[in-house]
Design a protein around this ligand. Structure first.
Ligand SMILES: Cc1cc2nc3c(=O)[nH]c(=O)nc-3n(C[C@H](O)[C@H](O)[C@H](O)COP(=O)(O)O)c2cc1C
Length: 199
């Protein structure tokens, strides 16, 4: 039996969030093909940790047991993470960034000790990650912005093995902006189902 952490990272309301609808479908498909696995959910919107950014006033206490170790230990206790994230102002939502600020801790989730050429060694190398992302603009409109690159990059940096990301781009532009949520899900169902089966 494997333990799966489902991280809700969209600031949009759960019932209408496109990335959440896609992720919930992925999780449903995953559960059908892995019925013995245990699913744990964490909504970053509900976690005080993920709404408190790092500032000069809290640097000394930022990596404390309750707000940092708790989530690092959670990640160490699971085998796989499924997370969703829309692009917000050309990046991940602030809750998601704050989560990575809390869990990116030297000698806990990564180490520079044996690294060469400025690289590091990720200590979360037991984890498999599935990212499900959305963005309003079609891919390529703003080539300098990629929340997907950031997410894949930081999980890799932390040692995790990242599955191919599911990205639904262009939801705020033609032709997708007139489609219903169900129609948008239909566009990604096959991709989500086949990745979920193999995850
Ligand atoms: C406050 C806000 C900022 C956004 N910023 C961007 C952006 O910078 N680039 C982009 O392509 N889409 C942007 N979008 C569009 C969202 O990525 C898109 O609507 C997404 O589907 C919303 O999240 P959801 O998939 O969880 O519903 C933004 C949406 C909101 C509400």
């Amino acid at each position: 039996m494997k333990k799966i952490l489902v991280l809700y990272g969209s600031p949009m309301p759960r019932e209408t969030s496109i990335s959440t609808i896609l992720m919930d479908y992925f999780v449903k498909e995953y559960q059908e093909s892995h019925p013995e696995d245990e699913i744990i959910s964490l909504d970053l919107n509900m976690e005080p940790m993920s709404t408190l950014p790092l500032t000069s006033a809290n640097l000394g206490s930022f990596y404390n047991e309750e707000l940092s170790d708790k989530y690092i230990n959670l990640l160490k206790s699971v085998d796989k993470v499924i997370m969703n994230a829309p692009m917000i102002n050309f990046n991940v939502p602030a809750t998601v960034k704050n989560f990575f600020d809390r869990i990116s801790v030297a000698n806990k989730t990564f180490s520079y000790k044996y690294a060469k050429n400025g690289s590091s060694i990720g200590l979360l190398d037991h984890l498999k990650i599935q990212i499900i992302a959305t963005q309003g603009a079609p891919l390529g409109w703003y080539p300098w912005a990629s929340h997907v690159n950031y997410l894949e990059g930081i999980w890799n940096f932390l040692g995790a093995k990242v599955n191919p990301t599911v990205l639904l781009d262009g939801v705020k532009a033609e032709p997708l902006n007139t489609k219903s949520k169900q129609e948008l899900l239909e566009l990604k169902k096959n991709e989500l189902a086949s990745l979920a089966k193999e995850f």
